[in-house]
Write a protein that binds this ligand. Structure first.
Ligand code: MSP
Length: 665
């Protein structure tokens, strides 16, 4: 039994998110993992600190705000409020939310920059190279892949300006040695090899760490026409949030170095090269671990707004509950690997694991105690091997869960808990309480079976709480359990049998109602219907009337502004346009969204336009519409159009002077 006399600390962070748009379920994946781990550590006796926040400076945000006609600060304030609401909805229970526009952070970064400059680790020179704005990364000519960003494949910009540089090169040998001597520093281990072989061994170049062309950033105190490069700004959040180098550095002294930075695999590079070198140059200890998790992908492509395949976590949580969404995210794929996101997989998982396995176990247990014992939990009666085997499994499960969690294997940890759930359901089938309940002779065995089930249910409720924070109380209520001590992790590490006989159970509603998967999939597809109405309108009046009726059915008379804002409409320029082979209706467009890159959209307007005449024109496109396959081509959005009086389709466009990629709203 793990009794802890002194509280160990545990400091965990998520990356700080770009508030460049609404967050999607891929972002929520990282926060759910961090939150689940933080809850687990708290549960198992650690003094835990969980930090998240937003990364608000840089060219990307500056341009986005500009396109919306807002100041960057007003723009980020609005989005950050939405992010905080999302975390509330998903029960992401952080201890601190740092914004890089917070004064405490700005001052901290300025001090760090100045100190590195004063000690000679930062120097001034001329930068000439390439910059990828979406990734906020500098690249050399050689690093580009076919002239594009090697990370995201989007166009890069030639950049030449006076800049400050950070001496990464000087520290490269030290870092290689450090990584080799600390195999736990970068996890999974394959990512460490990638860093060493792809970035460190080929040689590090000094890093450009200031910009004169970007105004929306933290000014360099001793040369204010420069702003600090966003990644230096962003990475520092992990210590500025703790009050590093201020009068109030209690948190820093208590929690640094971090136990783990959880980050997506594409930003492992920044966290395991720039960040450790920066800390080492400042003579500060390094985080114990950087864990690079995989991505949520759709049809093999990273979910992201540039691809236009994002899934909204708000919709999922509202429909299926945040506990169910969190469970799916943590259970479905091994942490570290990419995982395909499909609604069907999520619904199937909810039905199988939550509605069937867990939900049925709880409802059967409570219903049987009500039926056979008038709702009062009986004491253990006659005991047999079958009971002892289940008690043993229940006693062993917490340690197995802990071992998996210590290795960040959320999915395996949940599988361990579900092994117990599965064994409980099998135990009911084997012991057949309904047969035992038929006669007085069966009583002693029946009592043991019902007690065993209730105690196992209690243990399961405690153990799932780090992933599903709302479900345990609903289970405890059904068990009639109020004693706070029996809801602790320590209580499930003790020998089987902590529940007191005599508890009054109370059957409640189903924990997770069974979902009609097809109905849910159809419901999810429903918003796409107007697309057919708008994309292939029929000139003939009869068909028009039908389309109008459909439009009425799918468009309510009134919607609120939030509903409208969930639809992203952008200005795009037609880069290429051609007829789709063997189709008399479809045109295939290559559209440029400026900084947001290019995408393919298929539209049913061949009858109304000569494709060549459309090249160079600006159109309005819904860019966050779910990808659709038309004539075998993946269409990433919908071009807006309207019918003229003669029944011809006319493209919606904007007046002159609007940049490609500008958001319409
Ligand atoms: N602002 C930087 C991080 C700075 S940390 C000092 C950034 N922000 S981000 O908003 O683009 O991404 C935040 C996190 O979300 C990253 O860890 C990223 O990997 C993660 N994800 C974004 N899309 C994702 C998926 N489709 N799947 C899983 N995680 C995803 O990078």
């Amino acid at each position: 039994m793990p009794i802890r006399s002194e509280k160990k600390t545990f400091y965990i962070t998520t990356p700080i998110y770009y508030p460049s748009d609404n967050l999607h379920i891929g972002h929520a994946y990282c926060s759910t993992a961090a939150d689940s781990m933080a809850r687990f550590k708290k549960l198992t006796g650690y003094d835990t600190y969980f930090l998240t926040g937003t990364d608000e400076h840089g060219q990307k945000i500056e341009k986005k705000a500009q396109s919306r006609g807002m100041t960057p600060k007003a723009y980020v304030d609005e989005i950050v409020a939405g992010i905080k609401q999302l975390w509330k909805l998903m029960d992401i229970d952080y201890d601190d939310f740092i914004r890089t526009t917070d004064e405490r952070h700005v001052e901290g970064v300025q001090k760090i920059f100045k100190r590195l400059y004063d000690q000679g680790d930062i120097y001034k020179a001329e930068y000439e190279g390439w910059y990828c704005t979406p990734c906020e990364s500098f690249w050399t000519e050689l690093q580009l892949k076919e002239g594009k960003c090697p990370d995201c494949g989007r166009p890069v910009e030639k950049t030449q300006e006076e800049s400050y540089f950070f001496r990464l090169n000087k520290y490269a040998p030290w870092l290689i040695q450090y990584i080799e001597e600390h195999p736990e520093f970068i996890q999974p281990a394959s990512r460490a090899n990638e860093m060493i072989n792809n970035f460190l061994k080929p040689g590090l170049q000094d890093l450009c760490v200031s910009r004169t062309s970007v105004k929306w950033g933290i000014p360099v105190t001793f040369d204010p026409k420069h702003t600090v490069y966003v990644w230096i700004d962003a990475l520092s959040n992990y210590i500025t949030a703790l009050g590093y180098d201020t009068e109030h550095d209690e948190l820093y002294r208590k929690y640094w170095p971090a136990d783990v930075h959880l980050v997506g695999k594409e930003i492992v590079r920044f966290h395991t090269i720039i960040w450790p070198i920066l800390l080492h140059a400042l003579d500060l200890p390094l985080p114990r671990q950087v864990f690079g998790h995989g991505w949520l992908v759709i049809d093999g492509k990273k979910m992201g707004k540039s691809v236009g395949n994002v899934v909204d976590p708000v919709v999922l949580c509202e429909r299926y509950s945040s506990d169910a969404v969190r469970y799916f995210l943590m259970r479905e794929m091994p942490f570290g690997n990419d995982g395909e996101f499909t609604l069907k997989a999520m619904l199937t998982r909810i039905n199988a694991d939550l509605a069937n396995d867990l939900g049925n176990l709880v409802s059967r247990t409570v219903a049987m105690i009500e039926k056979y014992d008038g709702g009062l939990l009986p004491a253990v009666g006659a005991v047999e091997d079958v009971d002892r085997a289940l008690w043993k499994l229940a006693e062993e499960t917490p340690a197995r869960v802990e071992a998996e969690m210590n290795a960040f294997q959320f999915s395996n940890a949940l599988q361990e808990i579900w092994k117990l759930v599965g064994e409980c359901n099998r135990y009911i089938d084997v012991t057949q309480p309904w047969v035992l309940g038929r006669s007085e002779e069966g009583r002693p065995r029946l009592n043991t079976v019902l007690y065993t089930l209730a105690e196992c249910v209690r243990r399961v409720a405690v153990m799932v709480s780090f992933v599903m924070p709302r479900t345990p109380e609903r289970i405890f209520a059904q068990l009639g359990l109020e004693d706070a001590e029996l809801k602790t992790w320590d209580s499930v590490c003790r020998p089987f049998g902590a529940l007191s006989a005599g508890l009054k159970v109370c059957k409640g509603e189903a924990l997770f109602p069974r979902l009609d998967i097809q109905k849910e999939i159809d419901r999810d597809a429903a918003p796409e219907e107007p697309k057919q109405v708008r994309e292939a309108p029929k000139a003939d009046r009869k068909k028009d009337a039908k389309a109008d009726k459909k439009q009425e059915e799918t468009c309510p008379a009134e919607i609120d502004i939030e509903t409208f804002e969930r639809c992203r409409i952008q200005v795009a320029r037609v880069v290429a346009c051609e007829k789709v082979e063997k189709s008399s209706k479809l045109l295939k467009f290559t559209l440029s969204l400026g900084r947001d890159g290019e995408r393919t959209v298929v539209s049913g307007i061949q009858k109304y336009y000569d494709p060549a005449a459309l090249v160079g024109r600006q159109v309005a496109v819904i860019t966050n519409l779910k990808t659709a396959r038309l004539a075998g081509i993946e269409s990433q959005g919908m071009i807006l159009s309207a019918l003229d009086d003669a029944g011809n389709l006319r493209l919606v466009t904007v007046e002159e002077g609007v940049a490609d990629g500008a958001v319409i709203g």
